[in-house]
Each structure stands twice: as structure tokens, then as C-alpha cells.
Design a protein around this ligand. Structure first.
Ligand SMILES: Cc1ncc(COP(=O)(O)O)c(C=O)c1O
Length: 478
């Protein structure tokens, strides 16, 4: 089936593009959209006539813009069929907006995925959980809201954080991303306005978008949340939902303070907007600091999403939803339309891990702190023109480059044997090509080698002449 994008949609996506000159601005805007996957690979672009009308520009502007796209490798004309999107290097280099982890079976150092290896203690927990399994084998094995023991253990973690929680307020899911899909299914109606941070973890916002939500991005600055901008956007747009990552925000690493949580919650309450709060990185405070109270302490209607992936291991594929009791039936109905529960064995493992969290987590944080410090030192030494804030937790550095070359850098870095994710992948509405995210979830020796390769790629990209599609905003995908 031919994938097409309408002229009206292209007009919305390119928005108020730079008109000096218009054809170059249009080509740049389209390059960015194709490059970061918002206009997917092999999509038929509108005809020149249709786009001319939709944009109210001259036909020559569109003709020249399409010619520039073709010349730069972002489009191909097929005789009698139209103009189709391409990316330099072919389909294998096309990015969907989702972040795909690499399989790990090649020589490329994968700094694309912000997830650590399993900490010590996981294999032991699996061995012990196998002994718990026989007690469940006589039953049907379906637990649509989770194994009761695990619901209880997760509820206890909220009690310990000062947020009183009953086990029946917890639904165990197959990871935080699956939790976001369930929440999207339960709470989003087509056309609902959803406030999202930008940059943001794109897979979760894609889950919400696929359920029909219209994203309303509000910038998260390299320094922190701008609550004045948040309040103004909420007043102007009256969103029904908001998706937030207050704990070591992915990708910026920011930690929202208690005062900010209270203020943010107040803004949402006044607008009758429901917070969806993703706490996936909550357990990764690396400075021994006391964490702020859960967002739900300030906004009791909050739907909270949690994950075992970062504190323990992504391979468990377990996360959860904590919600007001009144919402659990709605969530359960949504869940069973998608899947019928998470694996029993892994849930038993997580019960064990949570029971030993006081030993496992400090050791895990210690490892991550060493890795973070290794990464910070290597970037400072080898890429002194780059700037970043050192996050007090989480998993990644959000680095600002001195020029909008993030996507070009990611492409060249992969040629040099290291995968990184450029800023546009995290941008709710495009842009952010002056940023790249570099996670510290790998061993120190891999991080050191990874940064050496990134620095080699940077040296190439920095010196490269600009293309006919224009340099600012130009995207080459990895
Ligand atoms: C903010 C955020 N939410 C959700 C996820 C996905 O987590 P899980 O592995 O539990 O599905 C991630 C993974 O990076 C994340 O950073």
C-alpha cells in the first residue's frame, strides 16, 4: 500500500518556514521532517500543484524545494507515480520516531539506548523465583492486574515514599511503555489535547499519540522546567491530560523539585487536566540525595507509571501503573483489550528483587555514578566545545553542540562505530538538532572508547561543507 501525506498535513508540519528564500526554507523544513521520521520513509509527497495551493506559495518554490530534496537524497521522483521520501543511505538508515535498541551483535558501541545492564543479584533472584513458581502452576496463570504479592510489594514502595497506596491501586504491566499504552487506551479520546514536555521520551508520547491525542509541547529548557511557560500554555490550550517525567527527565536529566511539583500540580488542577507521570528513572538518584515526594502527593488524581527496567533490568519487561482506586476498572478494561497480564515468572523475580532492593539498588547506583563520571570526564576532555549540565541522577547527558549538527553527527558516529541518538528524535515538534543524548549505561571502558569515536565523528562533521538543502536544520539520519 502506498503511504501518502496530504498537502494539508505537510502545510501543518512545515508551519511557518523560513522564507528567505522560500524554496530553501521549505526544503530545510521537509528535510527535518523526513530526517526525524515525522514524514515516514517511502511516503508519497503531495503533488507540486497541491502543495503550492496548500502553502500559498509560487509553483517555482515547491518545484525548487523538491529538486533540492532530491539532490540531497531526501526524495526520489518515480515516473508517473510521484515524489517519494528517501533518506541518504537508504531505508536501513531511516528512523522511525521510536527509539530502537540495537541487538548488540555487531561492533558498534550502542549509546543509543539509555538502559544499563543487569545489576548483581538478578540471576540469583531468577533461581530463587523458580522455587516459588510451582505454587502457581495449578492455576490459569492470568493476572490482569498483577500477582497479588507483587502488587503488595510495589504498593509498599509508595508507602515508603510517603504516598499511602493500597495493593489494588497497582496494575503490573509489561514495562512502563506498555503502561503508557494502557493509560492512553483508557484515558485518551481522539483529538484530546495532551501537554507534553519537549524534549521528551518519544516512545511514550507516540503511544499516546497513536490513541488519538493531539500533542501540545511545552519546552523543557537545558536548565529546567519553565513553569511560567507551562502555566501560560495550560491557560491557552486547556489540555485534558499532561504527560510528565519529573524524575531525571529523559533526555535532559532534570529533577523537578517539590516546590515545582506543587506549582505544576496546581496549574493542572485548575485546568481539570489529569497528570500522567512517568517515574521510570525514579530510583536512579546518584548523589545520595533525598528524592522529592511523588507527584501524586500533590495531585491525587495522578496516573503514575513506574518501571523495573532502569532500577533493576530492562529484560524483566515489567512496569506498573498506580492510580486512584476509582480508575482501576477503567484501566483493567483497557488492559485486557491489549493483553492479559505480565509473565508470572518475571513477577516472582521482581517480588524477590524488591525484597532485596536495599542491597541491590545502592550497588547499582554506585556503578552508574562511576559510569556517569567517566562519561562526563571523557566528554569534557575530548569535546570541549560541547556544553551540558551534569544530572544528579538518571542515565544520560543531554549535550548541546555549538551548531545544529546532531543528526549529521549521529550518522557519522555510526560510521565510526558508535550509535547515538540526535536531538530531533526527542523533539515533540521537530528541531533540537543542536543536541545529542549520550547515556552512561555502559562499562567505563566502552564509554571511553565510545566518546573517542564520537569525537572523531565530530571532527569530520564540524569541517563538512554545507549542502544545497542548507546547513541549519539539515538532518542526516543515522
Ligand atoms: C521515561 C521513560 N518511560 C518509559 C520507558 C520504557 O520503559 P520500560 O522498559 O519499562 O518499558 C523509558 C525507557 O527508557 C523511559 O525513559
Amino acid at each position: 500500500m502506498t503511504r501518502i501525506v496530504s498537502a494539508a498535513r505537510v502545510a501543518t508540519l512545515v508551519g511557518d518556514f523560513d522564507r528567505a528564500p522560500a524554496y530553501a526554507g521549505l526544503a530545510r523544513a521537509l528535510t527535518l521532517l523526513i530526517g526525524d521520521g515525522r514524514i515516514a520513509f517511502d511516503t508519497r509527497l503531495p503533488s507540486e500543484r497541491e502543495l503550492t495551493e496548500a502553502l500559498a506559495v509560487s509553483r517555482t518554490t515547491v518545484t525548487r524545494a523538491y529538486a533540492a530534496l532530491r539532490e540531497a537524497g531526501y526524495a526520489e521522483a518515480r515516473r508517473g507515480a510521484g515524489t517519494f521520501t528517501r533518506v541518504p543511505g537508504g531505508r536501513a538508515r531511516a528512523h522511525d520516531r521510536a527509539l530502537f535498541p540495537r541487538s548488540g551483535d555487531d561492533d558498534v558501541i550502542d549509546l543509543g539506548c539509555a538502559a544499563p545492564g543487569a545489576p548483581v543479584g538478578i540471576a540469583k533472584a531468577y533461581a530463587e523465583a523458580a522455587a516459588d513458581l510451582p505454587a502457581y502452576l495449578g492455576g490459569h496463570g492470568y493476572f490482569p492486574v498483577g500477582l497479588p504479592d507483587l502488587q503488595r510489594a510495589i504498593a509498599t514502595t509508595y508507602d515508603a515514599r510517603g504516598l499511602s497506596t493500597e495493593p489494588d491501586q497497582i496494575m503490573v504491566t509489561s514495562g512502563a511503555l506498555a503502561a503508557a499504552s494502557i493509560v492512553a487506551q483508557a484515558f485518551t479520546r481522539p483529538g484530546d489535547r495532551l501537554l507534553v514536555e519537549s524534549p521528551v521520551y518519544p516512545n511514550a508520547t507516540d503511544a499516546l499519540r497513536h490513541a488519538g491525542a493531539r500533542l501540545i509541547p511545552v519546552p523543557v529548557d537545558p536548565e529546567a522546567w519553565d513553569l511560567d511557560a507551562v502555566a501560560a500554555t495550560i491557560r491557552q490550550t486547556a489540555p485534558r491530560l499532561a504527560y510528565l517525567i519529573p524524575d531525571f527527565q529523559n533526555p535532559t536529566g532534570h529533577l523537578m523539585s517539590d516546590a515545582q511539583r506543587e506549582e505544576y500540580a496546581g496549574c493542572l488542577r485548575r485546568a481539570h487536566a489529569t497528570p500522567i507521570v512517568d517515574e521510570s528513572h525514579q530510583a536512579l538518584a546518584l548523589e545520595g540525595q533525598e528524592m522529592p515526594r511523588p507527584f501524586a502527593s500533590y495531585a491525587p488524581d495522578t496516573i503514575t507509571i513506574g518501571s523495573a527496567s532502569k532500577a533493576f533490568w530492562g529484560g524483566l519487561r515489567l512496569g506498573w501503573i498506580r492510580a486512584p482506586r476509582s480508575q482501576m476498572e477503567r484501566l483493567t478494561k483497557a488492559r485486557v483489550s491489549l493483553e492479559l497480564g505480565a509473565p508470572v515468572m518475571e513477577q516472582l523475580v521482581l517480588v524477590r528483587l524488591l525484597a532485596e532492593a536495599d542491597e541491590i539498588l545502592p550497588a547499582n547506583r554506585e556503578t552508574l555514578r562511576t559510569q556517569r563520571d567517566t562519561l562526563v570526564a571523557a566528554v569534557r576532555e575530548q569535546l570541549p566545545e560541547w556544553t551540558f549540565r551534569v544530572p544528579s541522577g538518571g542515565l544520560a547527558l543531554w549535550c548541546r553542540l555549538p551548531a545544529p549538527l546532531g543528526s549529521a553527527l549521529a550518522a557519522e558516529a555510526e560510521r565510526q562505530g558508535v550509535a547515538i541518538v540526535p536531538g530531533p528524535m526527542f523533539a515533540a515538534e521537530g528541531g533540537l538538532d543542536s543536541f545529542v543524548r549520550i547515556p552512561w549505561g555502559r562499562r567505563p571502558d566502552e564509554l571511553a572508547e565510545g566518546v573517542r569515536r564520537i569525537a572523531a565523528a565530530w571532527a569530520v562533521v564540524r569541517e563538512r561543507p554545507t549542502s544545497s538543502a542548507g546547513s541549519s536544520g539539515r538532518v542526516m539520519v543515522a
